[in-house]
Design a binder for this molecule. Sequence first.
Ligand code: SF4
Ligand code: SF4
Length: 101
Amino acid sequence: MQTNLNCLANICAFNKSGSCYACHIKVEGFDAAITPETYCDTFKNNSAFHLSNYSGEISLTNTQNISCSANNCVYNISGGCNASHVDINSNNASCETFKSK
Ligand code: SF4
Ligand code: SF4
C-alpha cells in the first residue's frame, strides 16, 4: 500500500517498516519555529505499548490523517497538513517537513 507519510521513529509501536499504522496522528508544535520544536504526539514507545493489546483502529496513515498545531508551518491549513509528503524523524518524532512561514 502507498503512503505519503514516512516515519523513522522505529521504536514507536505504530511504526511498521517506516510506515505509520496509527490511522490518525496529532503533530504538536504550537510555537514551533524549527523542526525540533515539533513532535508526533501519537508516538507510543513499543517497550510499554503493544499493538496486539490495542483495541483502537489500525490502518495506514497518510498526510490527510494529520491534525497539526504548528501554525507557523507553511503547510498548516486550519490545523490540517497539506504537504504532499511528510517525513517524521527518529529523533523526538519531530516533523522534518516543517517549514517556517
Ligand atoms: S511516531 Fe507518530 S508518525 Fe511515527 S509511527 Fe508513531 S504515531 Fe506514527
Ligand atoms: S509539514 Fe507542517 S503542517 Fe504538516 S505535519 Fe509537519 S509541521 Fe504540521
